[in-house]
Write a protein that binds this ligand. Structure first.
Ligand code: ADP
Length: 334
């Protein structure tokens, strides 16, 4: 597991429940989504009805699960949490849907990874609050219609574009979650530190925020590792200096790059003069699988403007040379 990976690890899952904001007011950043959701929920409450289905798109760790819980809390409704990969058969989905109570929120994480038959069942459930449960097999099979209480589906996906249009169209509201700005992450760190009983200075929080790749989950994780360091090596207070030293131990640099990210950039710059170089060649040079370089390291390097994928291969940007403290050759400098 990478310290700067966006997916949740075991420790994250254990701690995150305690760190989740409980209402929209407490939810930091995402101003646009928050304002839009606020209107959707207020209107639904005023009508005394159930909120429209909500689709949340964005990278892991940006707060989709948290928002779904907030939606339920704001509507005074219970919430059921499941995920696309957990629903293998349409029957699995039918069992969940038929046990929902009126107004309940169903959170379906990774909704783009649901099986096709389940997806088709979901269309009807979302639109008409009804499913057809097929009983028996072959010519004797019959479809028994089943009425469902009105519920709110909150679907989460890494990219809304991954969803088939008929599914996408059945959501009344789609919220696009953006990566967080450093000042917002600084607030996340200070808030979490308060909840965890960790003393942190403004500069300490800013230092962690700057290395968190725009992602609250990573900010919370780095905070815990810096707290450990502060406890063992100093007086327990997270200052800029302890944060910097702790994250040097964990090899997370000031922009949030880890060892793998830097190995990729180093190879690209020092062995291939900044590219262009093919992905396979670059991967061999780093000693990693092609998929690891392409899926684990590159997306963040591209997002940070350090690396570009071109038809001729991977190319370092001038910012990459600068980040590693190297002088770009004349040809790639302009
Ligand atoms: P996702 O479902 O998108 O993967 P989560 O909702 O599980 O992300 O959030 C990951 C962690 O980050 C949680 O501990 C949550 O408390 C924290 N977090 C996410 N968004 C925010 C936010 N806007 N304000 C404060 N904490 C947040």
């Amino acid at each position: 597991e990478r310290l700067v990976g966006a997916a949740a690890d075991g420790e994250d899952l254990a701690v995150e429940a305690a760190l989740r904001p409980k209402d929209l007011e407490e939810f930091i950043g995402q101003t646009r989504v928050r304002e839009q959701l606020d209107l959707v929920l207020r209107a639904a409450r005023a009508r005394g009805g159930t909120a429209d289905h909500v689709l949340l798109s964005g990278s892991p760790g940006l707060g989709k699960t948290t928002l779904s819980m907030i939606i339920a809390a704001e509507m005074g409704a219970p919430i059921r949490i499941t995920s696309g990969p957990a629903i293998q058969h349409a029957g699995d989905l039918a069992a969940i849907l038929s046990s929902l109570t009126e107004g309940e929120v169903l959170f379906l994480d990774e909704i783009h990874r649901m099986s096709r038959p389940a997806e088709e069942m979901l269309y009807m459930a979302m639109e008409d609050f009804r499913v057809d449960v097929v009983v028996g097999k072959g010519p004797g099979a019959t479809a028994i219609p089943l009425e469902l209480p009105p519920f709110t589906l909150v679907g989460a996906t890494t990219r809304a574009g991954l969803l088939p249009p008929p599914l996408r169209d059945r959501f009344g509201f789609t919220g696009h979650m953006e990566f967080y700005e450093p000042p917002e992450l600084e607030r996340v760190v200070r808030r979490s530190a308060g909840l965890l009983g960790v003393e942190v200075t403004a500069e300490g929080a800013a230092e962690i925020a700057g290395r968190s790749r725009g992602t609250p989950r990573i900010a919370n994780r780095l905070l815990r590792r810096v707290r450990d360091y502060a406890q063992v090596r100093s007086d327990g207070v997270v200052t800029r200096e302890t944060a910097t030293r702790a994250l040097a131990v964990y090899e997370v640099d000031e922009r949030g790059l880890d060892r793998l990210d830097r190995a990729v950039l180093n190879a690209l710059l020092k062995l291939f003069g900044g590219g262009p170089v093919g992905l396979s060649t670059l991967s061999v040079a780093v000693g990693e699988e092609r998929e690891t370089v392409e899926e684990v390291a590159e997306p963040f390097l591209v997002r940070e403007g350090l690396l570009a994928r071109t038809p001729r291969g991977r190319v370092a940007t001038p910012a990459a040379w600068h980040h590693l403290g190297l002088q770009p050759p004349r040809s790639s400098a302009g």
